[in-house]
Design a binder for this molecule. Structure first.
Ligand code: IPD
Ligand code: CA
Ligand code: CA
Length: 271
């Protein structure tokens, strides 16, 4: 399989990072700092990121890195780049609330090739290689075939730092609550995306996410037969900060519902 070595190394890096995170969790001896309002970073995040980069660099010394705690990229460069979230769900981790994940993806010339999301608390390893399918541990996974929104579960992330759009966000949430089986806010977007891939939820949407939040989970969804778009139905979701994912029917449904509140999928509220 192409990218077999990269998959193996990504899994090794995720496992070593998970061991570090578990050790901090067991000892409960981490410092918490704020990068912004409600935007937490712990020394477990920093240690996890250092370990992931170290493991990958030792195998692929020429590769580039876009990692949350040390990132300088505003767009993807040409060539090979690893997109890393050392702990996705830091607020969960800091409170001892699952899930929290390590998220690692290899992108080459703007396309995702390899993805690993390791949910540390439950020891669930999601992975994918372009063109080869998606797995949870050793089992192939696929998105849900439920196309009826009224029989669907939807995942999302609540605004937690910037509250200027909280009212339209709540209006959208109110509509979706009444039209679906319900809404879930797990607190780790990489895990939300993997839940779409594994058919645990039918759809996901959020705004304000960064490349490290979605860089791996997006490939896992695509390889599980799902779709990832921005809020306008386009491809600008890696840096574009607005994402919808799900099976085809639920992506259509969520796009319509979002555009009923946010004008043409922009963060402009319909008047
Ligand atoms: C956060 C989580 C959360 C999402 C936030 C992200 P972090 O990542 O993915 O679910 O709602 O927007 O920033 O900060 O824990 O890596
Ligand atoms: Ca994150
Ligand atoms: Ca993080």
């Amino acid at each position: 399989m192409k990218f077999n070595r990269e998959l193996e190394i990504a899994k090794r890096a995720a496992n070593e990072a998970a061991d570090i995170i578990q050790a901090y969790r067991t000892n409960q001896s981490f410092d918490i700092e704020l990068k912004g309002k409600n935007d937490l970073v712990t020394d477990a995040d920093l240690a996890s990121e250092k370990k992931i980069i170290e493991v990958i660099k030792s195998e692929f010394p020429e590769d580039q890195f876009l990692a949350e705690e040390s990132n300088t990229y505003t767009e993807l460069p040409e060539g090979r780049i690893w997109i890393i979230d050392p702990i996705d769900g830091t607020t969960n981790f800091a409170h001892g609330f699952a899930p929290f994940c390590v998220s690692i993806a290899l992108w080459v010339d703007g396309a995702a090739k390899v993805a690993v999301v390791f949910e540390v608390a439950h020891d669930e390893l999601f992975s994918a290689v372009e063109g080869e399918g998606a797995w949870l541990n050793d089992s192939l996974i696929s998105v849900s075939s439920t196309s009826d929104p009224s029989k669907s579960l939807i995942a999302t992330g609540f605004p937690y730092s910037q509250f200027d759009l909280v009212d339209p966000y709540l209006a959208l949430l109110k509509n979706l609550m009444q039209k679906t089986h319900g809404i879930r806010r797990a607190g780790a977007s990489s895990y939300d995306l993997c839940c779409v891939a594994a058919g645990r939820v039918e759809g996901f949407y959020e705004y304000g996410l960064s490349p490290w939040d979605v860089g791996a989970g997006s490939l896992i969804i695509k390889e599980a037969g799902g779709i990832v778009t921005d809020w306008k139905g386009g491809d600008n979701w890696l840096f574009g900060k607005r994402i919808i994912a799900g099976n085809g029917a639920l992506v259509d449904f969520l796009t319509t519902e979002i555009q009923n509140v946010f004008l043409d999928g922009h963060l402009t509220v319909k008047g």
